[in-house]
Design a binder for this molecule. Structure first.
Ligand code: HEC
Length: 146
């Protein structure tokens, strides 16, 4: 009886340790998430004074991307229901660490087909000569990470 209780306690301790390790590793997967959010917050406050890449990027995200990718990047925009494949959930930190910024930038400018993905992801050819805006769009996507 005592033995059984003791091993149950040990089992709980073990799983508890695993869970917190997992939480730690999730955090360390996305070291930039916090920094990204802070910088986009700062840029929103100067938006009224002068046009800047971060402000332009958030305006573009709101007008061109939200419909499919959703306001929190979860892939649940109004148009997403009818898409196949659906836009992925950008809060997924495992996926976040599996892709490079340059791959994301390439998809944004050239569309899904530019990176071997679905052409449902439209190209944004007008951003080809706006690398700073594209970089800020990539930061927005990174900022959705958990
Ligand atoms: C018509 C719907 C639609 C719009 C609008 C759209 N996307 Fe997408 N996007 C998709 C879909 C669907 C995929 C996934 C393609 C796949 O998995 O084959 C995708 C993929 C991507 C990818 C590639 C990374 C990945 O695998 O998810 C990036 C980066 C991206 N979108 C960013 C954006 C940005 C930024 C905008 C706005 C400028 C935007 N998208 C507008 C539907 C859309």
């Amino acid at each position: 009886m005592m033995r059984a209780t003791l091993s149950m306690i040990l089992a709980f301790l073990f799983f508890g340790a695993c869970a917190s390790l997992e939480a730690e590793s999730k955090k360390s997967n996305t070291p930039n998430a916090d920094a990204t959010q802070t910088s986009s917050e700062t840029s929103t406050s100067v938006e009224a004074e002068a046009p800047d890449p971060a402000a332009e990027a958030s305006a573009i995200y709101a007008s061109r991307c939200v419909g499919c990718h959703g306001s929190a990047g979860k892939g649940d925009g109004a148009a997403a229901a009818s898409l196949s494949p659906k836009p992925r959930d950008y809060s997924n930190s495992v996926w976040q660490s599996s892709v490079t910024d340059s791959l994301l930038a390439k998809a944004i400018v050239g569309g899904g087909s530019a990176i071997g993905k679905s052409a449902l992801m439209p190209a944004n050819a007008d951003l080809a000569d706006k690398p700073l805006v594209v970089a800020e769009l990539v930061k927005i996507i990174r900022g959705f990470a958990n």
